[in-house]
Design a protein around this ligand. Structure first.
Ligand SMILES: [Fe+2]
Length: 156
């Protein structure tokens, strides 16, 4: 139940888009923490801090998408057991330690999440929910910036 005056079809479409990103961002936030905890190398502290920033932005992003779902009258989020079976991200490779390999694995996953958010901006606009499109646009900019931060540590 909501007093937001958007057609039910718009709200339902936006809820589906937002829930998919909540799932992916929650998975990404955990995977970034695994990178943050397990990375090793001569520049440990730089990577450790960088990966924590990715985790924090993913967690904040999941909060924004989930709360928009709730505002639209939907059911926000999933139990972790359901996130595990529905997230499109590859499982985090727990044997990785070397900083460059950990960074590449995290960049691969962040790239998937960021590109899905970008696709969903247009889908939200098509569903005529300008606020969800705006929320996803802001999120897209943050994720793209974090992706740049990761990619800028790779050899030129
Ligand atoms: Fe930490």
């Amino acid at each position: 139940m909501t007093r937001i005056q958007l057609p039910e079809s718009s709200r339902n479409a936006a809820i589906t888009l937002l829930n998919a990103s909540t799932t992916e961002l929650t998975d990404l936030s955990i995977q970034a923490k695994l990178a943050h905890w397990n990375v090793r190398g001569p520049h440990f502290l730089m990577y450790h801090q960088l990966f924590d920033q990715v985790a924090e932005h993913a967690r904040e992003g999941s909060d924004s998408t989930a709360e928009r779902v709730a505002a639209l009258g939907g059911v926000a989020g999933l139990p972790v057991q359901d996130i595990a079976t529905t997230s499109p991200l590859p499982t985090w490779p727990m044997t990785l330690r070397a900083d460059a390999k950990v960074l590449a694995a995290l960049a691969d996953r962040l790239g998937i999440v960021a590109n899905h958010v970008r696709e969903r901006i247009d889908q939200a606009a098509l569903a005529e929910d300008a606020d969800t499109a705006d929320l996803l646009t802001e999120l897209s900019r943050i994720l793209d910036q974090d992706l740049w931060m990761l990619e800028a540590h790779e050899p030129a």
